[in-house]
Design a protein around this ligand. Sequence first.
Ligand code: SF4
Ligand code: SF4
Length: 105
Amino acid sequence: MIQPLAPAHPGVGQPCNGCGLCCLWKPCPVGVVITRKTLGPCRALDWSAEQAVYRCGLLTSPHTFVPWLPQAVVRRVARRWIAADTRCDANLERADSKPENPGSD
Ligand code: SF4
Ligand code: SF4
């Protein structure tokens, strides 16, 4: 289920905007290790109602997933592992997305 207020997928190569599609589709390699799940939405995915974006729970609440390590360490390592703040490389599309100019051709 995608939050109705989640931003639209920005397109491959654009800055990540927290649309969450990649993590809703399946866990990344780090997510697989942390959640022991390979299919479906990553259990570490966190919806920020305040900002209306999805965030990786390893960054927003690392103690929930790796309680035995200092939070700052988990955040630092996770940022590198999940390539946070980089450009989108997920060629995905929301099932409910509509063409920009329906019926214009
Ligand atoms: S990497 Fe792409 S698909 Fe994943 S949350 Fe960021 S913009 Fe969305
Ligand atoms: S980036 Fe975080 S929320 Fe997304 S799949 Fe990886 S571990 Fe899960």
